[in-house]
Design a protein around this ligand. Structure first.
Ligand code: ATP
Length: 224
C-alpha cells in the first residue's frame, strides 16, 4: 500500500493516510489499534470493499485501487479470503453453501478447490467442526462454530491473502487460543498471508509482526 488517502464520503471528521505498508507473501501481521482508530477501514481498503481517493493498493501484483467496482469484487473473490467481525454468514443457507459461496464468483479459486465439497469437509474437520454441521443452517450454529465456518469460507480454494477483522472478539480467552491455533495451522498449510486487526495485544505472540496502526497510518479529523 503506497501513499493511500481515504475519507468516508460526507464525513470530514475522519481521514486516513498510509504512506507505505507492506505485507510479504506468507507473512502474518497483527495490526493493533483502539476502537474507532480506522482498523476496519484499512481492511476494507485492502480488500477493495471501499475505494481509496488516492494511492496504490497492490494485492498479488494487481493495484486493487485501480479496478472498477465489478472487477474489484471479482478480484477480491479470487484473491482474498475475508473473515468479518460479524462473520456475515447467510443464516438460512446450509453451512456447506456458505463455505462454497466465494467459489461461485472466482473460477481460478474454484479450480484450485477441486471438488469444493471435499475441501469444505476437510476444512471443517481440521477446524474441529463435525461433518454433520455441513447440512445445518448456519444460523443454527453456536457463535464459536459460526466463527469456524467463516474461517473455512475464507480459506477455501487457498486465496493468497486472508484478512480478518477482530475474529476472536466474541470468544473467551481459552477458546480464542484454540481458535487462533487452528486458524494459523490452516493459513500456513494454504501458504496464505494473514492480515488481522484487533485491539487485543495479547494475540500478538503468534504473528510474524505486530504493528500499531498509528505507526503506519496517519489519521486526522478535518473538522476537529
Ligand atoms: N461506513 C462508514 N461510513 C462513514 N463513516 C464510517 C463508516 N465506517 C466507519 N466509519 C468511521 O471511520 C472511523 C474509523 O472506523 P473503523 O470502523 O475503521 O475503526 P476501528 O478501529 O475498526 O473500530 P472498532 O475497533 O470499533 O471496530 C470512525 O470514525 C467511524 O465512525
Amino acid at each position: 500500500m503506497t501513499e493511500v488517502r481515504f475519507r468516508w464520503p460526507g464525513r470530514a471528521s475522519f481521514a486516513i493516510d498510509v504512506p507505505a505498508f507492506r505485507l510479504e507473501q506468507g507473512e502474518s501481521v497483527l495490526l493493533l489499534g483502539e476502537s474507532g482508530s480506522g482498523k476496519s477501514t484499512l481492511l476494507s481498503l485492502t480488500c477493495g470493499i471501499v475505494a481509496a481517493q488516492a494511492g496504490r493498493i497492490m494485492v498479488a501484483g494487481t493495484d486493487i485501487a485501480s479496478l472498477r467496482t465489478g472487477a474489484r469484487d471479482r478480484f477480491r473473490a479470487e484473491q482474498i479470503g475475508v473473515i468479518f467481525q460479524q462473520f456475515n454468514l447467510l443464516p438460512y443457507a446450509r453451512v456447506l453453501d456458505n463455505i462454497l459461496l466465494p467459489l461461485r464468483f472466482a473460477p481460478v479459486r474454484r479450480a484450485r478447490a477441486g471438488d469444493g465439497h471435499a475441501e469444505a469437509e476437510k476444512l471443517c474437520e481440521s477446524l474441529g467442526l463435525p461433518a454433520r454441521v455441513l447440512s445445518s443452517a448456519a444460523g443454527r450454529l453456536s457463535v464459536g462454530q459460526q466463527q469456524r465456518v467463516a474461517v473455512a469460507r475464507a480459506l477455501i480454494g487457498r486465496p493468497p491473502l486472508i484478512v480478518a477483522d477482530e475474529p476472536t472478539s466474541a470468544l473467551d480467552a481459552a477458546t480464542q487460543d484454540s481458535f487462533l491455533h487452528l486458524l494459523f495451522a490452516q493459513v500456513r498449510e494454504a501458504g496464505s498471508s494473514l492480515l488481522m486487526v484487533s485491539h487485543d495485544e495479547r494475540l500478538g505472540s503468534r504473528f510474524d509482526r505486530v504493528i500499531h496502526l498509528e505507526s503506519v497510518v496517519n489519521t486526522q479529523g478535518a473538522d476537529a
